[in-house]
Design a protein around this ligand. Structure first.
Ligand code: RB5
Length: 150
C-alpha cells in the first residue's frame, strides 16, 4: 500500500506526526508537501496528492490542513476522489466500509496526534464492505461525476 500525503501550513505539525506514524507502521507514502510553515493555499497540495490517487500512483490519500475542511472540499471536486472528512475513529472506519473513500482529511487545529493515529489506522486498515447497496451508492456517485464533471 502506498499513501499520498498533502498538507498546508496549518497542518504541517500534524503531518509530521502522521509521517512518523506511517514509518513506524511500515506504510509506504509519498509526501506532496507543503514542507515549510510558510503560508500556502491548501488547494494546491490537496490536488497534487489526489491526482496521485486518481492516476494509480498511490492507493489512498491523507490530507491535513487547519480544519481538514478546505482540503476535503478540493478533494471532492476531483473526479474519482471520495474524501471522508473525519475526526473520530468510527467515521474513519465507516467511510471505508460504506463509501469506499479513497482519501481521508482532518485538521491539526481540531485533533491531537494520539487520536489522529487511531483515525489513520481505522482508515488504512479497513476495506470497503462491498455490500450490494453500498456498491450501488458508490456507483451512483460515479454516475453523478460523469453527469457533472467535465
Ligand atoms: C489556513 O489558515 C486554513 O484556512 C486552512 O489550513 C484550512 O483550515 C482550510 O480549510
Amino acid at each position: 500500500m502506498k499513501v499520498a500525503i498533502g498538507c498546508d501550513h496549518g497542518g504541517i505539525n500534524l503531518k509530521d506526526a502522521l509521517l512518523a506514524h506511517l514509518k513506524e507502521k511500515g506504510v509506504e507514502y509519498e509526501d506532496f508537501g507543503t514542507y515549510t510553515k510558510d503560508s500556502v493555499d491548501y488547494n494546491d497540495y490537496a490536488e497534487a496528492a489526489c491526482k496521485a490517487v486518481v492516476n494509480g500512483e498511490c492507493d489512498l490519500g491523507i490530507l491535513v490542513c487547519g480544519t481538514g475542511i478546505g482540503m476535503s472540499i478540493v478533494a471532492n471536486k476531483i473526479k474519482g476522489i471520495r474524501c471522508g472528512h473525519c475526526h473520530d475513529v468510527f467515521s474513519a472506519k465507516m467511510t471505508r466500509l460504506h463509501n469506499d473513500a479513497n482519501v481521508l482529511s482532518f485538521g491539526e487545529r481540531v485533533i491531537g496526534a494520539g487520536l489522529m493515529t487511531e483515525i489513520v489506522d481505522a482508515f488504512l486498515f479497513t476495506d470497503f464492505s462491498g455490500g450490494e447497496r453500498h456498491i450501488r451508492r458508490v456507483d451512483k456517485i460515479k454516475a453523478l461525476e460523469e453527469r457533472n464533471f467535465k
